[in-house]
Design a protein around this ligand. Structure first.
Ligand SMILES: Nc1ncnc2c1ncn2[C@@H]1O[C@H](COP(=O)(O)OP(=O)(O)OP(=O)(O)O)[C@@H](O)[C@H]1O
Length: 297
């Protein structure tokens, strides 16, 4: 069942079109990585889903409702990001009491155990926490709310490596204990990949790719072989990156465009190897003709 459906979604700010023609469908009870370059439109998209931002045009449905200012969305969705702030005067305990009153599936006992585990006293004021402590508290708050749609926008920003490792496991354990839809935006795909089922790649305000992690990795492929043969074989293909050295060429191409048999590759001395999902993201979203080395040569 699709929990989210967006069609032709656009969001224009005064001087910038953050989203345009964004279309996607997201099934319930999945952990999905929302990936994209800086400024691609991820946070704008997630804020629309959470009902905080009204799209300029297009349609967006979350739990079969328009999410903007919708009370059903609010009760069943939580968005945790680094802009999440609570009153300066509230202690963590007071914030948790409010969360328990608002979210029907709130895990009161778990939250105290998690805060004890990470060493955050209930008497602390939210505004006085360090950056990493605040991110940790906010993520715990998001997890124990057990909302059917849990949106985490760069949830691990500022956390140390040990806590990040713990909390990827915590997300997975929570998901297994109480299946729901997690959308997690992050620039650290390699780090979180093991808990993801799907990757949704946003580029320039629209969806560039959306696939299960294993399929996503196979969107691009690396070919390595004699330059003369490879150049002929790839003459009409889109090449995402190419390096030539000593008569050999290494090229990254779209796997689906490669109608070349394994036998033909082998007899021509061409090898095929996969890329990591982070590399697939990087090459798919790299702007043509842009090369940082050119600035320093
Ligand atoms: N309130 C706003 N007013 C004007 N422009 C905005 C506003 N919010 C976002 N933008 C612009 O919209 C674009 C998308 O921003 P958004 O925050 O959605 O990107 P992002 O993919 O989350 O980026 P990052 O990975 O850097 O956090 C950016 O160019 C940004 O400058």
């Amino acid at each position: 069942m699709n929990i989210i459906k967006c069609e032709g979604l656009a969001k224009n700010y005064a001087n910038h079109n953050a989203l345009h023609n964004l279309t996607c469908a997201i099934k319930s009870e999945k952990i999905i990585g929302i990936i994209g370059r800086n400024g691609a439109g991820k946070s704008t998209f997630l804020n629309i889903l959470a009902g905080y931002i009204k799209p300029t045009s297009g349609s967006c449905s979350v739990f079969n409702n328009n999410p903007f200012n919708n009370i059903f969305t609010a009760a069943n969705t939580i968005l945790i990001d680094d802009r999440l702030s609570f009153s300066d005067y509230l202690t963590l305990e007071e914030i948790l009491t409010m969360g328990a009153d608002f979210y029907p599936n709130w895990q009161g006992e778990l939250v105290y155990r998690l805060l004890d585990y990470v060493g955050l006293p209930l008497t602390s004021k939210h505004q006085q926490l360090s950056k990493g402590q605040m991110a940790t508290f906010n993520l715990i708050y998001g997890l124990v709310s057990r909302c059917a749609l849990t949106i985490l926008d760069e949830p691990m920003n500022g956390m140390d490596e040990a806590i990040r490792t713990d909390f990827y496991r915590a997300i997975l354990k929570e998901y297994i204990a109480f299946p729901r839809t997690f959308l997690i935006a992050s620039h650290h795909l390699a780090e979180m990949e093991s808990i993801l089922e799907e990757i949704l790649l946003i580029d320039d305000g629209s969806v560039l790719a959306h696939a299960p992690v294993e399929d996503f990795k196979q969107l691009l492929i690396v070919l390595n072989g004699p330059s003369d043969v490879l150049t002929t074989l790839l003459a009409d293909k889109v090449i995402y990156a190419q390096k030539d050295m000593a008569g050999m060429t290494l090229a990254i191409v779209e796997a689906s465009s490669l109608f070349i048999s394994e036998d033909l590759l082998r007899t021509n001395g061409i090898t095929k190897s996969p890329l990591t999902s982070s590399d697939v993201c990087m090459y798919l979203t790299r702007k043509k003709g842009r090369d940082i080395d050119a600035f320093f040569d």
